[in-house]
Ligand binder design. Sequence first.
Ligand SMILES: [Zn+2]
Length: 200
Amino acid sequence: MHGYPFALQRLINEVSKLPGVGPRMAERIAFYMLKKESDYMDNFASILEAVKKITFCPLCFNVSEGGQCSICADDSRDASVLCVVESPEDIITVERTGKFKGYYHVLNGLISPVDGIMPEKLKLGELNARVKKTGGLKEVILAVNHTVEGDATVLYAVSLIKENGSFKITRLAKGLPTGSDIRYADELTLGQAITERKEI
Ligand SMILES: [Zn+2]
């Protein structure tokens, strides 16, 4: 049986490992690339090379082009409010609503014992250390989904940080459908959930 040339097969194999891409789709994508001019490949390779330089902000764990992220580096933001999110993608979603001007803290996931994600794997210890040393902190918004994992994470985070300052702890209003992902909420709905956040 004849197979594809080695380099092409390697490309198909790699593409098929991407989330949501099955073997047939991987073949389609690989052939799409193959039919493009070589400039396309060069450009693609240089994009991947540039992405290798993306790191994580040492303060909030957002994506960064080296050192602190652009949000942490912006001292015009409101240091009295901290918004805790599951992942860097959520920061972009919240930013698009235009309803939040404070700083962020990325947890890098939510507590989920069935998936083996325990509190120690998340940036909860870092959150605790951060709230302790942030002077003038008035509010910590837990902007995580209303799911089993989100609820477990909120419970844990509240018990961890509540005695460490005089800030209030709030959670997004349930304007978002239960079990839904804030990442896929429209700006208006999420903006409303931020405005109508509830104190825990
Ligand atoms: Zn940052």
